[in-house]
Design a protein around this ligand. Structure first.
Ligand code: TYD
Ligand code: MG
Length: 459
């Protein structure tokens, strides 16, 4: 007798439960569980039938590595780890409207001059895609375009000896396998379609781009499971109202993660930003208290960004802490250290912290810059306009060395900064000491920062 024919699947993490619930026990997401038709029967085990013996080989093969395919969009190539690896699958995630289709239209148009390229859109009609290409002046590119959603049709079309070298599926949430009874976009559908397409890509050796939408919580809808299946996961992010777009590698089997590419959305598509620091600092107004320039590292690149803090008296019993672009628990830590180790209590104040330009910073090296911005705002003494700051803060208030300080200082010097507020003890290793043309203010303890921004009237 068959058991129940439906099951309940969390659309965030793919966990399966027998009953519906408001909250997924596996990942903690709310309202993410939906009913799907049960697909697999109960596992039967292997039985007595023997399998084939697997041949083992050594690590050192002599097959020549396949050359990587360069799109010609430098920022994209770098984030992908130095070009696209044939036979690999890349997931490009991002909010609707952020520019995923735009980026892939541009990339495929450039690739089409080197290799055969296929663009399959499940979301837009052929005319809409054409319209976009025309707007960007790419309508002459030799891209094979189709509007399709049936997995069976797509696989039969592509599974040939003369398969294209690059395939874009826009988006994986619109694809539909007729063997699965749930609706497109559900975990089972997305997983089945992705699995088949990735297998095909490996077999035929083409580069597969899967476009995936991101939910409000910031994960690729449905398939956190999808992230395990693909070789590379790229997120396209940016603040609405800003024209910058950041392409971030969060997983890459063929290159470094944490690498970012910076683009600017223009009326003719995405333009690469060769000098992101200049862009992020473009709207900075010097000599305002609470503003501080952080010299950060994103992937392999140094990047200068402005950190803005506003400390204002609060009328609330639990004052407001609002953070954009940084970790709010990290802010709580810096505030606690300022209070407990330096005697600067901000518990009666609202604190707002903002990383200007829509970048999201995850490095602990930003601690000192955040602290400097907070102290500067609280004392209403501006951080010198030509000063960059970096350093990690420990719980006892000590300022710790961070990696690649030379690279950070070099970038600052290039952009015309003259002073650096940096950890007093340089990290041991090959890149210590050399400050270049910058004047260095070494900071050993957070207390010293308070000394630098003391209001003149109280002295
Ligand atoms: P799109 O690539 O369709 O987003 P996604 O595929 O991630 O959903 O981008 C849509 C947005 O980009 C839309 O708001 C219009 C804007 N855009 C431009 O500003 N300039 C352009 O040249 C193009 C093609 C789009
Ligand atoms: Mg799109």
């Amino acid at each position: 007798m068959s058991k129940s024919t439906t099951r309940f699947v969390c659309q965030e993490c793919g966990a399966v439960t027998a009953k519906w619930a408001g909250k997924c026990e596996a990942c903690g997401a709310w309202n993410s569980i939906t009913e799907e038709a049960a697909r697999e029967s109960t596992p039967k085990g292997l039985g007595a039938k023997p399998g084939r013996k697997i041949e083992f080989v050594g690590l050192d093969g002599n097959a020549a590595p396949v050359p990587r395919l360069l799109t010609g969009i430098g920022e994209l190539d770098r984030v992908a780890g130095g070009g696209l690896v044939p036979g690999s699958a890349l997931l490009v995630g991002g909010d609707p409207g952020i520019g995923k289709s735009t980026l892939l239209t541009q990339a495929t148009a450039l690739l089409a001059s080197q290799v055969p390229v296929v663009y399959i859109s499940g979301e837009e009609a052929v005319d809409q895609v054409r319209l976009r290409a025309r707007r960007m002046g790419l309508e002459k590119a030799n891209v094979a375009l189709a509007s399709a959603t049936s997995l069976r049709d797509i696989v039969s079309t592509l599974d040939t000896a003369d398969a294209p070298k690059v395939v874009v599926i826009d988006s994986i949430q619109t694809m539909f396998a007729d063997t699965v009874e749930s609706a497109p976009g559900t975990v089972t559908q997305v997983r089945t379609c992705a699995h088949e397409l990735i297998r095909l890509a490996k077999r035929r050796g083409f580069v597969l781009f899967l476009v995936g939408h991101v939910t409000k919580e910031g994960t690729i809808a449905g398939p956190r499971v999808l992230e395990h299946m693909v070789d590379t996961v790229l997120y396209f992010e940016g603040e609405r109202g800003h024209q910058f777009r950041i392409l971030r590698a969060v997983k890459n089997r063929f290159g470094a993660t944490d690498e970012i590419g910076v683009f600017e959305m223009t009326d003719r598509g995405l333009a690469e930003v060769a000098n992101p620091s200049a862009l992020f600092l473009a709207e900075r107004r010097g000599n305002v208290s609470g503003s501080c320039v952080f010299a950060g590292i994103e992937g392999t690149r140094p990047m200068l960004v402005e950190i803005q803090a506003l400390v204002a008296p609060s009328t609330l019993s639990s004052p407001r802490r609002a953070v954009v672009g940084w970790d709010s628990s990290r802010l709580a830590m810096v505030l606690a250290v300022l209070d407990a180790r330096c005697g600067l209590a901000l518990s009666g104040n609202d604190v707002y912290l903002n990383v200007a330009g829509g970048l999201r910073i995850t490095e602990p090296a930003a601690d000192l810059a955040v602290a400097a911005a907070l102290v500067s705002s609280a004392s209403d003494v501006p951080v010198p306009a030509d000063m960059v700051v970096f350093g990690e803060i420990g719980l006892s208030g000590e300022v710790r060395a961070v990696a690649q300080s030379d690279l950070r200082l070099k970038e600052a010097a290039k952009l015309g900064f003259a002073q650096g507020l940096v950890p007093a003890t340089p990290r041991k290793g090959k890149n210590s000491g050399a400050a270049g043309p910058l004047g260095i203010k070494p900071i050993g303890h957070l207390q010293d920062v308070l000394g630098l921004f003391r209001p003149a009237s109280r002295e």
